[in-house]
Design a protein around this ligand. Structure first.
Ligand code: 5AD
Ligand code: SF4
Length: 444
């Protein structure tokens, strides 16, 4: 049968989608070209913020009609499945299965059950769940690969639903991760992103390798040129990890380090476990170890009790760090979380005004940082034709910035040296002197 997976949410979800795709392919199914062609539709969900949840329910409304017409098999997976558990079958009585993130390995079985008109529910945070260990085929084309190194989160930030829907932290043994990365390198993958809700606490409860040791081992794997990781918690960034940025050639000069707020009072209410000064200390240490490191972050505005003064502290922190980009959100109350019971809601117009001011200033900072790149030479991993002008190529720098330039199609999937001639709001324009073929770079 042909399947389609609609995906919402983070890179972990993108990767879970790849894992489910691989399980289904191993059971004889194949990708559908589109919804008209699909026998199975799976919606992989996110409930981190209210908006993601609303989008999911409106999509399900549309899919209900398609199902009625075509009789396709319809399944829900991911965080909303786990959040709702069996209740989802009351809310969406027309679905055939629902599997939480620790149960996605059962996707082929759920499809088989649905063929026999049997409904499947798979919920609960299973330690050693096979879901954590699935090694997907390279279903995305190209030379970039993703590896789950840990799952879950023990931090319980007061606004966050993740510990409730993705369960407690569990790390994959280092030997298993390394075997997967070696296998990927053997398939021609040159850039690997290590995934987990809180990768800095990888193997914190004990295990064969610490996170910095894992990075060192991956650095030594022939063929791997670039390593990234998401997501990091500021309180868990160790000195050893910061040193890795100065010593490991494969570790890209960029880090996503959510700060959430610049006000100590709000950080405390968020249960983040650090102060603004503590965050800035880590940032300074990273900048010292790796001059020019690109910093990105997440931030929440309008958290319950946030005053104008608290918000000004957030603006100050943003100004002080000069991030390359920030994902910023208005707080929304989430099921199960401690913050949902906090008093002092920020009126929506105030929260929107704060977000607009915050984003406006960050846009200026991002543009400034991109303009600063003009005249510099960078290494670009070419990913394919540019989205907006297909006769051009597009790729990313080690800092993760998008570069568009004219080049030879032979350069696709290669590392090439590009001169930056213009910085825009969301991308850079480059020139590749040594076309065709490009000057290939290798750090080895
Ligand atoms: N409201 C708004 N933003 C949230 N995030 C997580 N939970 C919430 C919430 N309840 C944001 C945080 C996190 C990112 C993935 O989503 O900034 O880092
Ligand atoms: Fe959520 Fe905090 Fe865990 Fe990140 S560290 S997943 S924000 S609870």
């Amino acid at each position: 049968m042909r399947f389609l997976i609609e995906n919402f949410g983070c890179q972990m979800n993108d990767h879970d989608m790849e894992k489910m795709g691989s399980v289904l392919i191993d059971h004889g199914h194949s990708f559908a070209a589109g919804i008209d062609d699909a026998d199975i539709v799976i919606v992989n969900t996110c409930c981190i913020r209210e908006k993601a949840e609303q989008k999911f329910y409106s999509l399900m409304g549309r899919l209900q009609h398609v199902r009625r017409k075509t009789g396709l098999i319809l399944g829900v997976t991911g965080c909303i499945a786990e959040q709702e558990k069996e209740n989802i079958f009351e809310r969406l009585p027309f679905i055939d299965f629902s599997l939480g993130p620790s149960n996605i390995h059962k996707v082929a079985e759920a499809v088989d059950n649905a063929k026999g008109n049997l409904r499947t529910g798979g919920f609960g945070d299973n330690a050693c769940s096979p879901s954590l260990f699935i090694r997907p085929h390279n279903t995305r084309q190209g030379v970039k690969g993703f590896v789950t190194i840990m799952k879950g989160c023990n931090n319980f930030c007061s606004y966050c639903v993740v510990p409730y829907v993705r369960g407690r932290e569990e790390s994959r043994p280092g030997a298993d991760v390394l075997a997967e990365v070696r296998e990927m390198a053997g398939r021609g993958i040159v850039e690997v992103t290590l995934l987990g809700q809180n990768v800095n606490s990888y193997n914190n409860g004990g295990g064969d390798l610490s996170f910095p040791e894992l990075l060192k081992e991956i650095d030594a794997i022939p063929g791997i040129e670039r390593v990234r990781f998401v997501t990091s918690h500021p309180k868990d960034i160790s000195r050893e990890l910061i040193q890795c940025f100065g010593t490991l050639g494969t570790l890209c000069e960029s880090i996503h380090l959510p700060f959430q707020s610049g006000s100590d009072r709000i950080l405390k209410r968020m249960n983040r476990g650090y102060t603004a000064a503590g965050y800035l200390e880590k940032v300074d240490a990273l900048k010292e170890q790796c001059p020019g490191i690109s910093l990105t972050a997440d931030c929440i505005v309008g958290f319950p009790g946030e005053t104008d003064e608290d918000f000004e502290q957030t603006m100050l922190l943003m100004e002080r760090v000069q991030f390359d980009g920030i994902f910023s959100f208005i707080y929304s109350a989430r099921k199960f979380t401690a913050a949902a019971k906090l008093t002092g809601p920020v009126p929506p117009p105030v929260a929107h005004e704060r977000l607009a001011r915050f984003q406006g200033r960050q846009r200026e900072i991002t543009l400034g940082s991109n303009k600063n790149m003009e005249g510099k030479k960078v290494e670009v991993l070419v990913e394919g034709p540019s989205k907006n002008s297909p006769d051009e190529l597009s790729g990313r720098t080690r800092a993760g910035k998008i570069v568009n330039f004219k080049g030879d199609p032979d350069m696709v999937y290669k590392l090439v040296e590009v001169d930056i001639i213009k910085g825009y709001a969301n991308s850079l324009r480059g020139r590749c002197e040594s076309a065709p073929g490009g000057k290939q770079c290798s750090r080895r």
